[in-house]
Write a protein that binds this ligand. Sequence first.
Ligand SMILES: C[S@@+](CC[C@H](N)C(=O)[O-])C[C@H]1O[C@@H](n2cnc3c(N)ncnc32)[C@H](O)[C@@H]1O
Length: 316
Amino acid sequence: MPTDDAPETWSGVHRGPLRAGEWVRLTDTKGRRHNICLEEGRRFFTNRGSIDHDDLIGRPEGFSITSSAGGEYLVFRPLLSEFVVSMPRGAAVVYPKDAAQIVAMADIFPGARVVEAGVGSGALTCSLLRAVGPHGLVSSYERRPEFAEVARQNVDQFFDGRHPAWKLTVGDLVESLGRSDGDRDIDRVILDMLAPWECVGAVAEALTPGGIVCAYVATTTQLGRTVETIRAHGGFTEPQPWETLVRDWHVEGLAIRPGHKMIGHTGFLVTARRMAPGETVPAKKRRPAPGAYGVDYQGPRPAGLPPTIGEEPFDA
Ligand SMILES: C[S@@+](CC[C@H](N)C(=O)[O-])C[C@H]1O[C@@H](n2cnc3c(N)ncnc32)[C@H](O)[C@@H]1O
């Protein structure tokens, strides 16, 4: 259950002195991190001797401690962005930079009714639950029971109990979504899976007018198929695809420059808004690029596109 200091928030944040049963993160002087669950009477062994858990319990976080062989460690509770990249994984997780984009650009708000699939390891679930708060809904679907179990343990660990807004269903989104009465009038749907285009029809049924679908995909072929399927459905606004690149900076005296290392690619995001029943978006004024829907194109075609438009060769 959430701690006494913030019982109503279900934020996953703990305040006050460190307590037995809580997770803390020890970071050494080389930046190596160790997450440990505090237990009275236990000892944490490092390659620089050991640290007694009892020497951490009862202290306010944000201190440095020296192990029995002289190793120095910083002690903090892990942030959500740190927890999700170090927790046990069943499937690949949504990284914090993309989770932040999803929360902002898919407009996840307190009290929102959100459907999510697949749950994977539960990383994005934690961000969604924190954003909707205890009075919202995150209805998560995962078709692999073993991944659902990993997610359940991770999410319960982060929130220190079962978040009141979380509903976890083991099953395929397309088969299960329409069967649940609770999953009507959904504000936002987040898809993180191999084939989000297979879910577009079911998502359109569940979304309220003005609602947002947001898909997270790893490759350009997935991105193309997702965008074209949403476009061809006709009941959504023009899909908006993008990606984010984050570059660290080195700042030391006069040596101020971009960092040497960078994560080159995580995934692409695409969002679109649900139109009201029976409404369609006005036809685009601009013609597709020459060859865009040419003979080599095998995917769905946008609604209302004359059969020959876009079929000119690229060099026409
Ligand atoms: C990349 S993982 C999701 C990671 C998760 N968002 C996280 O941050 O930890 C993709 C998951 O989608 C699940 N999946 C794929 N298609 C699905 C579907 N149609 N319905 C439900 N789950 C699905 C897979 O089993 C897999 O666990």
